[in-house]
Ligand binder design. Structure first.
Ligand code: 6PG
Length: 486
């Protein structure tokens, strides 16, 4: 790691905002970096802005770029997820040699990363798919980095990635970057991070609706969110929400009041929900968050619906308090993270990734968008018991969720009565109540399935795994359709 070597320590392709900031972060940490961008003018402008003590070397062609790197080459890609990654890899491949290391730092779909990892391994190229979270500011000053793929490449890039990552822990010296696991696991963990990010944002957006309905102005909400940021809800997203509430447009109107309520999305939340469903895991709060963004985007249809469809006569929230809404935020977040970690545990078992859930929680304590005080508690819970069946079973979280659920329940009831949509809160509460119900209503589902399709059922008075069929209407026979479950 020195700027005196004739070849650069590492290279980066893709000088959009994340790429530029990551290069400057690397350079500030003493690494010499060769850069390449499809548009050469961008490279020239960027290199011209580097200071004398930042060793950033512009290159104009892929050949020149590869030749500028010390061996084994370490190449970071920060290009648009999808086909562009494949195209860049295709351009690079003829110039690479065995043992070179390619690190995809974009938001790639984990199955794409798995495919690229396997294809490049056949050519002796080591591939790392790494989630990088923290946006523009994180990339510049320390993101959370979640690398997975070729394990034997990790010792060769560890120092560099940990140097540029955020630091957390009691002394702010624990890197928010550690090895995640094989294949596409790094990008999988980043995808779940993003799904949880969607959930956290929706939970705060619902608090905004409820607090507004309680009569708080944006300036007053800035104070409320700021207060929340001093306690158990302390997190980057609450902090920026307070700042957003305080921001005003040129004419003094609160910024929040001039922004169209139609949310965009680039797909990682949707991927999270699809993956959870494929695993048979109900990551329902995130599903609601993705759905709420979809509903928000139907701007004109919603205007028409607002004219036609009735809400309740009374729009009052009764005696709902700000403290109840804070409890709702906290309880909903706990349930969302419990769901997220259920998916991580299941994906790890299914793919034999050996994910270390405590380590993942530690990596999310700093640098990333979901960074929060609360992740210390999650890291501690998995530190106490790496095989914790569910986050909500940890003694700390049992107490925390039981104490905050009444506020969530009150908020959902009040919002439902007033016709205020709180899909994430309602979903969290419904999950909680279903999860803590020892005997639910699926006996009826089983009876219905058996009635119309002879799908069979298990009996309370017989061991699990013994399947029974009833000829409910007296019209069927003894034949059954099998008891497998997908
Ligand atoms: C991060 C973010 C980032 C994501 C944006 C936008 O961890 O830094 O998750 O990777 O791309 O938040 O995502 P959406 O456009 O899907 O909201």
């Amino acid at each position: 790691m020195s700027s005196t070597t004739s070849t650069a320590d590492a290279g980066l392709i893709g000088l959009a905002v994340m790429g530029q900031n990551l290069v400057l972060n690397l350079a500030d940490n003493g690494y010499s970096i060769a850069v390449y961008n499809r548009t050469t003018a961008t490279t020239e402008e960027f290199v011209a802005r580097a200071t004398d003590d930042q060793d950033v070397r512009g290159t104009e062609t892929i050949e020149e770029f590869v030749a500028a790197l010390s061996r084994p080459r370490k190449i970071i890609l920060l290009v648009k997820a999808g086909e562009v990654v494949d195209k860049v890899i295709d351009q690079l491949l003829p110039h690479l040699e065995a043992d070179d290391i390619v690190i995809d730092g974009g938001n790639s779909l984990f199955t794409d990363t798995q495919r690229r990892f396997e294809a490049l391994a056949e050519q002796g190229i080591r591939y790392i798919g790494s989630g990088v979270s923290g946006g523009e500011e994180g990339a510049r000053n320390g993101p959370s980095i979640m690398p997975g793929g070729s394990a034997d490449a990790w010792p060769e890039v560890r120092d560099m990635l940990q140097a540029i990552s955020a630091k957390a822990g009691p002394n702010d010296d624990e890197p928010c970057c550690d090895w995640i696991g094989p294949g596409g696991s790094g990008h999988y963990v980043k995808m779940i991070h993003n799904g949880i990010e969607y959930g956290d944002m929706q939970v705060l957006a619902e608090a905004y609706l409820a607090l507004s309905a309680l009569g708080n102005s944006p300036a007053e909400m800035a104070t409320i969110f700021d207060g929340w940021n001093q306690g158990r809800l302390r997190s980057y997203l609450v902090e920026i929400t307070a700042e957003i509430m305080a921001a005003t447009d040129d004419d003094g109107t609160p910024m929040i009041d001039v922004i169209l309520d139609a949310a965009g999305q680039k797909g990682t939340g949707k991927w999270t929900v699809i993956s959870a469903m494929q695993l048979g895991q109900p990551m329902m709060l995130v599903a609601e968050a993705v759905g709420a963004r979809m509903v928000s985007s139907f701007v004109d249809v919603r205007k028409r619906a607002a004219e036609l469809l009735l809400g309740p006569e009374s729009v009052g929230l009764g005696d709902l308090s700000v403290a109840d809404v804070a409890d709702a935020v906290y309880a909903a977040k706990l349930i969302s993270y419990a769901q997220g970690f259920m998916v991580l545990a299941d994906a790890s078992a299914e793919n034999e990734w050996g994910l270390d859930l405590a380590s993942i929680a530690r990596m999310w304590r700093g640098g990333c968008i979901i960074r929060a005080a609360f992740l210390d508690d999650i890291a501690e819970a998995y530190g106490r018991d790496a095989n914790l069946v569910n986050l909500l079973f940890d003694p700390f979280f049992v107490d925390a969720v039981n104490a905050s659920i009444p506020g969530l329940r009150k908020t959902v009831l009040a919002a439902a009565g007033a016709g205020i949509p709180v899909p994430a809160y309602a979903s969290a509460l419904t999950f909680f109540d279903g999860f803590r119900t020892a005997r639910g209503s699926a006996n009826l589902i089983q009876a219905q399935r058996d009635y119309f399709g002879a799908h069979t059922y298990e009996r309370l008075d017989k061991p699990r795994g013994e399947w029974f069929h009833t000829d409910w209407a007296g019209t069927g026979g003894a034949a059954t359709s099998g008891s497998y479950s997908a």
